[in-house]
Design a protein around this ligand. Structure first.
Ligand SMILES: [Zn+2]
Length: 477
C-alpha cells in the first residue's frame, strides 16, 4: 500500500509520491530559543522523529532539517532584560532544547541551521526578490509585496479581507499593502545586525525558513512540518517568498501540521500562563512516558496535558514493557516437548499485527492506531503465554520469539524503547512522597529495618530526608 498524508495545502488526503524515488526530505520549523521550551514544542519533533524512523524502516533514505530562530524580537527583549548578548542567550537555550529532544529519545536531525549563520543566503534571496519586483525597499527595511504573488493565501485558504481582520497588522503607511511583511529590518540600536545592500539590519522572521530549507533540501522538497499555529502567516509567507524567488512551484510537496496541546480544555500558551515546559513534564512523569503520551494521539488532533492522561500513558507503556520482560523470561527457560498448542495462531497474529501496524503508519502516520495494534499483540500473546498450562515447546518457543521480536521491532519504529538519562529518569515527586509515606508507616510499626532501607535507597538516588518537628521533609541533592 502507498503512504497517504493529509496535505494542508489541498485540504485532503493524498498519496505520497517523493520528489526522488527512495529519498525523502523533511523540514520542520524549530523554536525561538529564549527560554525553556514548553511541551507544545516537543510535539512536532517527536512526531517527525517517529515519521523518520518509519520511513527508514520502509527503506527510504531520509534527510531531516530543523531550524533555530536565533535572531528574534523575543530573544533581543529577554537578553536586554538579563543583560547579556542576544546570540549568547539563544545559543544557551538552543543547547537546552537539544538536551530536551535527546531526553525524549529523538535522534538528532541531519541539520540544525541557525539564522545567524545564514545571513548570506537570506540576503541573496531578498536581493533576488527585489530584483524580480516582488519586494521593495523603504528606509533600510525590505518588504515582500503580496500583490505580486496572486496565490498568496493558498495554504491557509484565507482571503485578503479575512487576513486583515484576523491578523494583527502593523499600521505602516509606507507599505503598499497592509499585509506586506518584512523580509529585512533596518537595525535598531542595541540589536544584533549585519551589513546588507540596504544598510545594517537583520532578517524578518519568515525568510529564514525559505532560505535554509532551499539551501539544505532544494526546491520542491517532500515534507514541511510544524504546528498549526504556523500555517498563517509563517508558512503562507514561506511559500510566497520561495516560489516567487525560484519562479517554480511547488516549494514544498506536502504540508503537514500538528495540532496544539491543551490543558484543562484551553490551548497551552504563554499568554494564558498555563505553560508546562518539556523539562517540567519530564521531571513530573519521565521522558519515556511523555514521548509515549505524545504518540498516543494522532498528530492532527489536539492533545490534552494532565495527570490523568499522562498516568494512562505510563500504564500503557508499562504494559508493553512488562510484556517484553515476561516473554524474555519465558524464553530463557529450557524447552519441553515439540509441538506448540497455539503456535500457528500466534504466528498468524504476528504477521497480521505487523501488516496492520504498517498500514496504520502509512495512513497519515497514525501513531495512535499503531500503538493500539501493539496493545492487541500483547493482550493476545499474554493470554496464551501467561496461561498456567503454557509449555515452552519448540513450536511455542518459536512463536513466542517471533512475537517478542516484532514487539521490539515495532516499538523501535515508534522510538518507545530507549535508555533514559539516569538524571532525567529519576524518581518523580509523587514517587518520593509515596516512599516517604511508606517509611513513616514502617517507623510507626517499629519496622526500623524497612524504614532505614527506604531512607538508604532514596539517599543513593540523591534524595535527602530530614526529620523535622513538622514531619519529614525531603530535598534533592
Ligand atoms: Zn519556519
Amino acid at each position: 500500500m502507498a503512504i497517504t498524508v493529509f496535505n494542508t495545502l489541498t485540504q485532503k488526503k493524498e498519496e505520497f509520491v517523493p520528489r526522488e524515488p527512495g529519498k525523502i526530505s523533511i523540514y520542520v520549523c524549530g523554536v525561538t530559543p529564549y527560554n525553556y521550551a514548553h511541551i507544545g514544542n516537543a510535539r512536532p519533533p517527536v512526531i517527525w522523529d517517529c515519521i523518520r524512523r518509519f520511513l527508514r524502516y520502509r527503506g527510504y533514505q531520509v534527510c531531516l532539517v530543523q531550524n533555530f530562530t536565533d535572531v528574534d524580537d523575543k530573544i533581543i527583549f529577554r537578553a536586554q532584560q538579563i543583560g547579556i548578548e542576544p546570540l549568547e542567550l539563544s545559543a544557551e537555550y538552543s543547547q537546552v532544547y537539544l538536551e530536551d529532544l535527546a531526553a525524549l529519545g529523538i535522534e538528532p536531525a541531519d541539520q540544525y541551521p541557525k539564522v545567524s549563520e545564514h545571513i548570506k543566503e537570506i540576503i541573496q534571496i531578498v536581493e533576488g526578490l527585489v530584483e524580480k519586483g516582488h519586494a521593495y525597499v523603504i528606509d533600510g527595511d525590505v518588504y515582500f509585496a503580496i500583490d505580486t504573488f496572486p496565490e498568496y493565501g493558498k495554504l491557509s485558504g484565507r482571503q485578503l479581507e479575512e487576513m486583515l481582520s484576523g491578523a494583527r497588522v502593523d499600521v505602516d503607511d509606507r507599505k503598499q499593502n497592509p499585509m506586506d511583511f518584512a523580509l529585512w529590518k533596518a537595525a535598531k540600536p542595541g540589536e544584533p545586525s549585519w551589513d546588507s545592500p540596504w544598510g545594517k539590519g537583520r532578517p524578518g522572521w519568515h525568510i529564514e525558513c525559505s532560505a535554509m530549507s532551499l539551501k539544505y533540501l532544494g526546491v520542491g522538497f517532500d515534507f514541511h512540518g510544524g504546528g498549526t499555529d504556523l500555517i498563517f502567516p509563517h508558512h503562507e509567507n514561506e511559500i510566497a517568498q520561495a516560489e516567487a524567488y525560484c519562479g517554480t512551484k511547488p516549494f514544498v510537496r506536502y504540508w503537514l501540521h500538528s495540532a496544539f496541546i491543551t490543558m484543562s480544555g484551553d490551548k497551552m500558551s504563554k499568554s494564558l500562563g498555563n505553560v508546562v515546559t518539556i523539562r517540567e513534564a519530564c521531571e513530573r512523569f519521565s521522558p519515556k512516558v511523555v514521548r509515549f503520551w505524545l504518540l498516543g494521539t494522532h498528530y492532527r488532533h489536539p492533545l490534552s496535558f494532565g495527570e490523568e492522561e499522562l498516568h494512562a500513558a505510563a500504564r500503557g507503556l508499562e504494559r508493553l514493557e512488562i510484556a517484553k520482560e515476561n516473554w524474555k523470561h519465558l524464553l530463557s527457560a529450557g524447552t519441553t516437548g515439540q509441538n506448540g498448542d497455539q503456535a500457528e495462531k500466534i504466528t498468524q497474529l504476528v504477521t497480521d499485527c505487523k501488516k496492520r501496524f504498517i498500514e496504520a503508519m502509512e495512513d497519515d502516520f497514525n501513531t495512535a492506531l499503531a500503538l493500539g495494534i501493539l496493545y492487541e499483540l500483547v493482550r493476545e500473546v499474554n493470554k496464551w503465554a501467561l496461561a498456567t498450562n503454557f509449555k515452552l515447546t519448540t513450536g511455542n518457543q518459536q512463536a513466542l520469539q517471533e512475537a517478542l521480536s516484532l514487539l521490539e521491532e515495532l516499538g523501535a519504529v515508534l522510538g518507545i524503547w530507549f535508555e533514559q538519562d539516569p538524571k532525567a529518569g529519576s524518581l518523580s515527586d509523587e514517587q518520593i512522597n509515596e516512599l516517604v509515606q511508606k517509611r513513616q508507616e514502617a517507623r510507626a510499626s517499629k519496622d526500623f529495618k524497612t524504614a532505614d532501607s527506604i531512607r538508604d535507597s532514596l539517599q543513593e538516588q540523591g534524595i535527602i530526608l530530614e526529620d523535622t518537628p513538622q514531619g519529614v521533609r525531603w530535598r534533592r541533592e
